[in-house]
Design a protein around this ligand. Structure first.
Ligand code: NCD
Length: 307
């Protein structure tokens, strides 16, 4: 069903496809935990082209490929490929496409993954296109919600922080809408969810509230998804200084929130979740990061037709 497909936006998925991805991820999680040596992608080659910093996304994709028996070639720094010599993205992609079977790309320009897909014959996976989308993060987020909560729908999810530039929330909001969750968008006025996304979500039937009041939102939410203020996307750093530290979730905030609230974050965190939250049992962010391995194994296996 996903064989040969590009993964560009969270808005592209049907419930059926999401179910298949979740079940395939669970299958690989079990096999990895059982210590199986998996060879489903033997003979295949994956390129990871990262023109922006990354720890989890790149390493979990590379770990996923390795655990499936595929091999990886990688551009891990903007300065280390011919992009630094002025080569265009289409030319880089056309070249790499001839070497590998799957291209995973992260790039600072919104829409760059779509450009890559236009020029590549092999499947392209968007690992973050500027302030655009980050669909594989949203997939590991729902895999995490399914594991933590036992269900994907019928809940209230607060999104907190930089909803303007945060690509993870741009993606996850589509999946939360699809599963009929209520969403509360909590941000400073200058970092609200882009109006076109909110309108598109509402047109898809989503229930959305917008507020600046984190405490009130947390009292009503089953899950809080916290984001980092995306400093690198600000043209004017004085604007960043005005909003940095706007929202900090500490243990006291968790105690005042709805009992049992699950705390998620795509990571890296700077100061928006205090370390005294880390040993709260509903603090899911490191489990969330680990889940990325299994979800990315599932994606690689499904789009190559090897699952
Ligand atoms: C996020 C990203 O790169 O968009 N990180 C990630 O992939 N887990 C979030 C962020 O950088 O704040």
């Amino acid at each position: 069903m996903l064989k040969g497909k590009d993964i560009l936006s969270a808005a592209q998925f049907s419930l059926d496809e999401l179910n298949t991805i979740m079940n395939t991820a669970a299958h690989y999680e079990k096999r990895v935990k059982d210590g199986d040596v998996i060879r489903d992608l033997e003979g295949l080659l994956v390129a990871t082209l990262f023109f922006e910093p990354s720890t989890r996304t790149r390493l979990s994709f590379e770990a996923a490929a390795g655990r499936l028996g595929a091999q990886v070639i990688s551009v891990a720094e903007a300065g280390s490929s011919s992009a630094a010599k002025g080569e265009s993205l289409p030319d880089t992609v056309r070249t790499v496409d001839g070497y590998v079977d799957v291209i995973v790309i992260r790039h600072p320009a919104e829409g760059s993954a779509q450009v890559a897909a236009d020029y590549a014959r092999n499947p392209v996976i968007n690992a973050g296109d500027g302030a655009g989308q980050h669909p594989t993060q949203a997939l590991l987020d729902i895999y995490t919600i399914r594991k933590e909560k036992g269900a994907l729908g019928g809940q209230t999810v607060a999104f907190v922080g930089d909803l303007k530039f945060g690509r993870t929330v741009h993606s996850l909001a589509y999946l939360m809408a699809l599963y009929r969750n209520k969403m509360i968008f909590v941000s400073p006025p200058s970092l609200r969810m882009p109006a076109d996304i909110t309108a598109d979500l509402r047109a898809r039937g989503a229930t959305i509230e917008e507020t600046e009041d984190m405490e009130e939102a947390l009292a009503a939410s089953d899950i809080v998804y916290v984001t980092r203020i995306q400093k690198e996307r600000f043209d004017d750093l004085s604007e960043y200084e005005k909003v940095r530290g706007s929202y900090v979730i500490d243990r006291a905030a968790v105690e005042r929130a709805k009992p049992g609230i699950t705390v998620m974050h795509p990571l890296p965190r700077v100061d928006e979740i205090a370390s005294d939250v880390d040993d709260y049992e509903g603090a899911a962010y490191f489990r969330q990061a680990h889940n990325g391995l299994y979800v990315r194994m599932a994606l690689l296996a499904l789009i190559t037709g090897r699952a």
